[in-house]
Design a binder for this molecule. Structure first.
Ligand code: NAP
Length: 280
């Protein structure tokens, strides 16, 4: 790589970031497109978030991504927030436009795009979304835009789920239900698509599962947005029930491509996208 004083810098900040695939993904796109840019991941603890953003402003970065646990808290340090990110209440992509930091959320659109790529229909379906954190918020909103019949949110902490339920009901007319991860009272046979947005099952706790798929129908769609490991315990169980399964890589690629469009203002070439899917 030809790094010089003009190299545009992009970052991922979160805690933990050890297993992220984003640097591999973004640097591939920069290199393949001949763009003089570099992407790096840094662990930033909660107490240092504001200082990290100040540093980004000081060195005039091109932009950055935000992951666990900063997606909501970062919003107060930005200058503008896109309508979608505002509705969701979480930001995962920030663009620097002449010193102004503008926040977006590509989590949900990335997931929906990857489902569309595989011809999964969301309209009129009954969706169970596990988790109400940053990713859960983005995914629920993007799924909502596809006009499902109902969304059931299941989250360990009900107060967080309440907030998400309230905001979905504000934007959409379909039925929104809320419960904890015991799924007590859920008509499991009626669920068409299960989406795990919790971090349960993620490295280093790969042996854990957010729910059991027992009593769900065989052959439904099960999406686990975790990509470390590629095959979580939830996906293993889903495969045993002949479900159509997705892991987090598809979502990661789709939203990485969306992030590049936000930063560079242009689509990346179809040729680059094809090579990217070959690599991952
Ligand atoms: P977050 O804001 O910290 O939210 C974490 C979620 O997981 C919350 O719903 C939390 O429930 C739940 N959770 C955590 N530990 C739990 C436990 N022991 N038992 C039950 N629930 C638990 O994180 P996030 O940004 O939404 O990310 C969540 C996951 O999505 C991570 O694994 C991340 O890697 C993955 N992700 C993947 C992509 C992709 O492109 N594939 C993109 C974004 C995120 P409480 O509300 O009760 O705390």
């Amino acid at each position: 790589m030809n790094i010089d004083w003009q190299t545009k810098l992009y970052f991922l900040i979160g805690d933990p970031v050890e297993k992220t695939l984003s640097p591999k993904l973004q640097n591939f796109i920069f290199k393949d497109g001949g763009t003089n840019s570099l992407y790096m991941a840094f662990k930033v603890e909660d107490k240092d978030l504001e200082k990290a953003i100040d540093g980004f402003r000081a060195i005039n970065v091109g932009g950055f991504n935000v992951t666990i646990p900063h997606k909501q808290k970062v919003m107060k340090y930005l200058d503008e927030i896109s309508d979608e990110a505002k509705a969701i209440g979480a930001v995962n992509t920030v663009n620097n436009v002449n010193g102004k930091l503008i926040g977006y959320n590509t989590d949900g659109p990335g997931l929906v795009q990857s489902m569309k790529n595989e011809c999964v229909n969301i309209k009129d379906k009954n969706i169970l979304i596990l988790g109400a954190g940053g990713a859960g918020l983005g995914v629920s909103y993007a799924i909502g835009l596809e006009e499902p019949n109902s969304i059931t949110i299941a989250n360990r902490t009900l107060e967080k789920g309440e907030k998400l339920k309230y905001s979905l009901e504000k934007y959409f007319n379909f039925e929104v239900k809320l419960m904890d991860l015991s799924l007590k009272g859920l008509d499991k046979g009626n669920i068409d698509i299960v989406i795990n947005t919790t971090s349960v099952g993620m490295y280093p706790k790969e042996d854990e599962k957010p729910i059991s798929l027992q009593s769900f129908r065989n052959g439904i769609v099960v999406y686990d947005i975790i990509y470390k490991p590629l095959k979580t315990k939830l996906i293993e169980e889903a495969e045993g029930k002949s479900c159509k399964t997705f892991n987090g890589v598809d979502m990661l690629l789709a939203q990485g491509i969306m992030g590049q469009k936000i930063w560079r203002g242009e689509e990346i070439s179809k040729d680059s996208i094809r090579k990217l899917y070959d690599i991952f």
